[in-house]
Ligand binder design. Structure first.
Ligand SMILES: Cc1cc2nc3c(=O)[nH]c(=O)nc-3n(C[C@H](O)[C@H](O)[C@H](O)COP(=O)(O)OP(=O)(O)OC[C@H]3O[C@@H](n4cnc5c(N)ncnc54)[C@H](O)[C@@H]3O)c2cc1C
Length: 437
């Protein structure tokens, strides 16, 4: 008979999970290595340290992060309460005082009599306990080795190389055409470029400012198939044209010819409302991505649901490993939570901690683990990490492009209104399950 839950990692997800379990009266042991050993980016020993920006993003309900906040609030999220407690102004973004924020979380958790905080680096996941692994993007090396054993080596990644995702509504379809190199199905949307457009694009790419890598990220070794596009462009004017921008096998129906170069956009969902730019992983600054990618014909007014990034990030290939309840497919007693499951950002990581916490509690109580519908923001993230095609699986932030089954005639404001109202209805059903047990 199990009578306690172990949480590994006292970051945003781990702290949230501990709170959700402890307030339901179950004993929790939280292992956090800081105090004994730090990560390359954390600066304190406090729980839930914000490692970089002090923004928890928008509170606008018509923004994916605002919707996620509303859901977290309804589930009594500790991290969100800490955010509201340490808020520094009344702007639309939730900007916090990082010291007050972590103090609030650390103090709240330390006051629970049923929580024991142990400062120790866990090197092996106990296979026979109920355990939540929430060790984040900088999971220690020894533990990463053990995770490899648990999940199969190829299902653990050490950096992400994310291509931008654009909002389908912001594209100029008159300049684009549907076609597929490998079949007649026309699964990709293609942006054809003339020689002049291509050369201008490559030149601007070479001039664009990049994000500086941190010292600890300088050893990232890119596979040839996954180089940043600016790196490919540096190898020669034609490199991109023979790489991700190759027009081979694609005929532009407007000219009847193969384009000089092409940018392929792959639908991110069944409804084709969001598209990722194939092979366009990049280290350019976000403002530069907007400027340079808008030079591509058809993308002049592109809105970015997610910008491209490349950084060090330990994450598991969740579609192969996890259920939507965040339990492992092979071990119902082992949960993963936080950024390590393949979400990106403070609040998506928190949401994963919250769901894992509720479900670890339910497991110990003999209740069925649960998850919200994919039409809620939290559920859409869970759905993405457990259903995305493994070939293209890269960490995902909260964005409205994750939602499917939206009536086609709805655009901009009306579309967002539909998404939000549907999410609210669906989330109420989940809340009933949570509170009624
Ligand atoms: C350099 C960098 C900058 C970032 N900037 C931003 C940003 O500006 N905005 C944003 O939204 N997101 C940012 N992120 C992503 C951010 O890290 C996550 O959003 C968030 O911190 C993830 O929460 P988490 O709980 O999964 O991981 P973390 O908050 O990192 O918590 C994981 C915890 O596990 C502990 N741990 C690791 N291994 C072990 C072990 N073996 N035993 C015990 N404890 C262990 C760590 O010490 C840490 O406390 C950034 C990430 C990095 C790496």
């Amino acid at each position: 008979m199990r009578d306690r839950i172990i949480v590994i990692g006292g970051g945003l997800a781990g702290s949230e999970a501990v709170y959700q379990i402890a307030k339901r009266g179950i004993d929790v042991i939280l292992y956090e290595m800081r105090g004994i050993k730090s990560t390359p980016v954390h600066k304190t020993n406090k729980l839930a340290e914000l490692v970089c920006s002090n923004s928890l993003k928008s509170t606008d309900i018509y923004n994916a992060n605002g919707l996620l906040k509303e859901e977290l609030k309804k589930l009594d999220s500790l991290i969100l309460k800490a955010g509201e407690f340490s808020r520094i102004d009344n702007s639309i973004s939730l900007i916090v005082d990082r010291e007050l924020f972590s103090d609030y979380v650390t103090n709240t958790i330390s006051k629970f009599e049923n929580v024991k905080i142990i400062r120790e680096e866990i090197k092996e996941i106990p296979r026979d306990e109920i355990v939540i692994v929430a060790t984040g993007p900088l999971t220690s090396e020894s533990l990463s080795e053990d995770i490899k054993k648990l999940v199969k080596e190829e299902y653990l990644s050490f950096f992400d190389a994310v291509a931008p995702i654009v909002d389908g509504e912001s594209l100029n379809y008159e300049k684009l055409f549907w076609a597929d190199r490998f079949s007649d199905e026309g699964n990709y949307l293609n942006a054809p470029l003339t020689k002049e457009e291509y050369e201008l694009f490559v030149n601007e790419l070479l001039k664009a400012e990049k994000v500086e890598l941190h010292e600890f990220e300088k050893d990232i070794k890119f596979f040839e198939g996954c180089l940043p596009i600016e790196e490919m462009a540096r190898r020669g004017i034609d490199t991109l044209r023979y790489g991700p921008m190759n027009g081979k096998g694609l005929i532009n129906p407007k000219t009847g010819k193969r384009p000089y170069a092409v940018v392929q956009l792959r639908p991110e969902n069944r409804d084709k409302t969001a598209f990722s730019m194939v092979g366009f992983q990049t280290q350019m600054k976000w403002s530069e991505q907007k400027r340079v990618f808008r030079l591509i014909p058809g993308l002049e007014n592109a809105e970015f649901l997610r910008y491209g990034v490349i950084h060090r990030n330990t994450f598991i290939k969740s579609p192969k490993i996890l259920r939507e309840t965040l339990q492992m497919k092979n071990y119902e007693n082992i949960f993963f939570a936080g950024q390590i499951v393949g979400v990106e950002g403070y609040l998506p990581s928190t949401a994963m901690g919250l769901i894992a916490g509720i479900n670890a509690y339910r497991l110990i109580k003999g209740l069925k683990p649960i998850f919200p519908s994919k039409y809620t923001m939290t559920g859409a993230l869970l759905y993405y990490i457990t259903h995305q095609d493994i070939k293209y699986f890269q960490p995902m932030n909260a964005n409205f492009g994750l939602f499917e089954d939206i009536p086609k005639h709805l655009k901009s404001k009306a579309k967002k209104e539909y998404i939000v109202q549907r999410a609210r209805r669906e989330f109420s059903k989940f809340l009933e399950e949570v509170w009624n047990m």
